[in-house]
Design a protein around this ligand. Sequence first.
Ligand SMILES: Nc1nc2c(ncn2[C@@H]2O[C@H](COP(=O)(O)OP(=O)(O)OP(=O)(O)O)[C@@H](O)[C@H]2O)c(=O)[nH]1
Length: 443
Amino acid sequence: MSVLTVQLGQCGNQVGQELFDIICSDAQEGQRKTYSAASCERFFHQTAHGDLVARALLIDMEPKVINRSMSMAAKSGRWSYGESSHFSQKQGSGNNWANGYCVHGPRHRDAVEELVRREVERCDRLAGLIAMMSVAGGTGSGVGTYVTQCLRDIYPSSFILNHLTWPYGTGEVIVQNYNSVLTLAHLYQLSDAILVHENDTVHRICSRLLNIKHISFSDVNRVIAHQLGSILQPALTADSHGAYSRNPLGELVSALACHPEYKLLSVCTIPQMASSSIAYSTFSWPGLLKHLRQMLISNTKMEEGIDWQVRPPADSGRSRSLAGGSFNTSLANLLILRGKDVYSAETGGIDDPALYTSWLSSKEAFSLWKSPVPFNKYEKSATLVSNSQALLRPLDDMVGKAWNMFASRAYIHQYIKFGISEEDFLDSFTSLEQVISSYSQLC
Ligand SMILES: Nc1nc2c(ncn2[C@@H]2O[C@H](COP(=O)(O)OP(=O)(O)OP(=O)(O)O)[C@@H](O)[C@H]2O)c(=O)[nH]1
C-alpha cells in the first residue's frame, strides 16, 4: 500500500524533499531487502528503468522552491520527483491565509485535483495522504487547508495526516498567529491527525545536540525529516503478524487519534547527535527508554535539560495547569523502536497507566512498533509519537497572541478583502478554545 505526499508552499516543499531523501537513503543502506522493498512501495514508484520516483505532488504559488526541490532530488542520483507532478504559479500568497484559501485554492482546484487523481491512480492501493506545510505563510496554510478540504471531499474514507511546521515564536511573519489559528481550526474538522513540529524546538536540537553553529532551514528540515522518517518507515506492528505493516497511516491514526477532540501529535526521538559522533557512541535500550519516558512526562523534546523532578502525580492530586513545570498527561502514545536487539527491548515504563488519562485503559492508549533494521545510521533509536498536553502551551500562546491582535482589529481588513469575515475569525477562535479546554482537562 502506498502513501501520497502533497507538499505545499516553501516550507512543505523543502521539508518534503528532505523527507524523501532520508527515506530513500535509509531504504537503500546495506542489505535490507524486505525493508527496502516495503519502504519503496510505500513512498516511490519505479520507472521502466527501475528509477525511483517519489509519490509526491509539489504545489506552490511561485516556482522557485519547487524547481530547487526537484533539482536537488534529481542531483541525489538516487530518486527524483515526477516530471509533471507539480503545480506552480508566478506569485505567492503574500503570507495571507485568506488569499491562499479563498483565491488561489479555488482558482486552481481543478488542476490540483487532476494531479492528485493521476498520482493516486499510480498506487496499487492507497494507504492515505500526507499534506505537509507551514501554518504561518499564505500558501502552505491557506492553499494547504483548501487542498486538504478537496482531498477530504474526493477521498472521504482515506486517512489524511497533516504535517505542520509551527513558526518561530519571535516570528518572521507579522500575521503568523492569524494564519496559524485559521489553519488549525479548519484542519481540525478535516484531518485524521495533525503532526506538529515547532521550529523553535527543532532549532534547539540543531544547536544543542547537533552542535551546528549557523543553523539553516536545511539543518532544521533534516531533523524534522529524520523524526518523520523514523515514524513512517516500515515497522512491525501489533496487527501486522510479523510482516511489515501495510497500513501505516491507518495504524498511526487508530493508535493515537481515537477521539475527534484530540488530534494534535508531537514527536520526540532519541538519540540525536552529530553524525561524526554516532560511530563512537553506544546505547542500551533501558537507558534510551528511561530518558524518553522522562522527556515525555516533563515535556522536554530533547535529551538535554530533562527535568528529572517531574513525576506522575498521585491519583488524588491530579491537577493540571498551563503554568508549566507540571506533569504532561498523555491520551495516547506510540513508541517506535528501531535497530539492534530490538526484540529484547522492554517498553521502558511508557505503558505505565499513571502516564495516561483515566478514561482510556493503558492497553488502548499505548502502542508499540518495532523494526530490527537500524534507522538512518543509528544502531538503536526510539521515537515517541504522543497525543498529550505537549502542544497545549504553544497552542494557547498562539491563540492568545492572535486574539490580542484581533481585539484591536489589526490587519483584519487584509483578510476581509479576500472574503474572510470577522465571524470566520470568531468561529476559529471558538473552536480552538474548545481544543485548548479539552487538552487542559486531560486527566
Ligand atoms: N522548518 C522550516 N520552516 C520553514 C521553511 N521555510 C519556511 N518556513 C517557515 O514557514 C513559515 C513561512 O511559510 P512559508 O512556507 O515560507 O510560506 P508559504 O506557505 O510558501 O506562503 P507564501 O510565502 O505566503 O506564498 C515561517 O514560519 C518559516 O519559519 C523550511 O524550509 N523549514
